[in-house]
Ligand binder design. Sequence first.
Ligand SMILES: C[S@@+](CC[C@H](N)C(=O)[O-])C[C@H]1O[C@@H](n2cnc3c(N)ncnc32)[C@H](O)[C@@H]1O
Length: 351
Amino acid sequence: MSGLATASDRVARVPNAVPSWGSGPEGTNGGSGIVNVASVPQRSPFRYPGGKTWLVPHIRRWLKSRPRRPQELIEPFAGGAIVGLTAAFEDLVQFVTLVEKDDDVAAVWQSILHPHQGRWLAERIVGFELTPESVRRELGTPRCKLSLRERAFKTLLRNRVQRGGILAAGSGLMKEGENGRGLASRWYPETLRRRIEAIMAIRRKLAFRHDDGMRAIEENVANPEVAFFVDPPYTVAGRRLYTYSETDHPALFRMMARVAGDFLMTYDNTAEIRRLANRHGFEMRLVPMKSTHHAEMTELLIGRDLGWIEAVHRIAVLGTTAPWAEGRGRAGPTAAPAEAGLPFPGRRRSP
Ligand SMILES: C[S@@+](CC[C@H](N)C(=O)[O-])C[C@H]1O[C@@H](n2cnc3c(N)ncnc32)[C@H](O)[C@@H]1O
């Protein structure tokens, strides 16, 4: 990832200099605005590189700020799908469609959402005795010899024993692991079973497409009832992390400019991406987050209208929530915007 823009870069190339979303909603850490991921329910069976658990409190605010609950949320680059899962579990939308191109990741979602295979997968996980030998044996079985559900099991196992959860070719096994537990340090069979069973229980609200996310967006481009959460492989780090990391970012931005519904994109904060966002008149906000190595970083949120960030604050100060979200909890923090270090409503620094 490239770092922050230089001052001249911001002034020259980013006319709507990226306002920083300095503090945030429920689940964020005081004045720093950094999401405390321990406060976010972990719902995905994956530990996903580039996963967006830290974004969940902001996603709630975004979807609850809509005048009407969106009919469908499409997550075209689903990966571990924490956003889609959260939206489905918390009834933030009526229906969620996850789209993923990677065959191995797809095998997991297809198995979990299949009427019978999900149970098999959960049982296989709790019945697996993890030793260095059993891991080598499982990982050594060629894909062509595996059924869909066996492939799903192998994918989740790899995700748990490989360094950083990275599934791309070339990723090695973790050595020391956590607390001297070595290979088993990220293998929590009961937790995985519970998460799989919980997803199975809301299967009616979820669909999975093993497909190109760009195609899924194009097919729904004219539907105003669809919201998109778009988290493509990042321009720099993606190559190391994912089997499919090449994304035509200019084409994706052109497509997003045509969608009739709402959308939210997340990106690394690079000059190329800011240029694309500016070209299409999209708004940008920087959000603070912590990397897996606890380094404080920022990522870019991009949307057509990010006024909901300020609007939700206004609602929160008045002590109400979005009309359709009544009874589902607060829409945002109780701190006044100034205390929270946010720009006041009506002082948006957009074009
Ligand atoms: C940044 S990750 C998504 C992480 C996800 N938001 C999460 O919280 O776990 C990007 C994902 O997009 C997938 N991907 C890459 N190109 C794709 C494409 N053309 N269509 C669908 N998925 C794609 C990658 O395999 C990867 O899983």
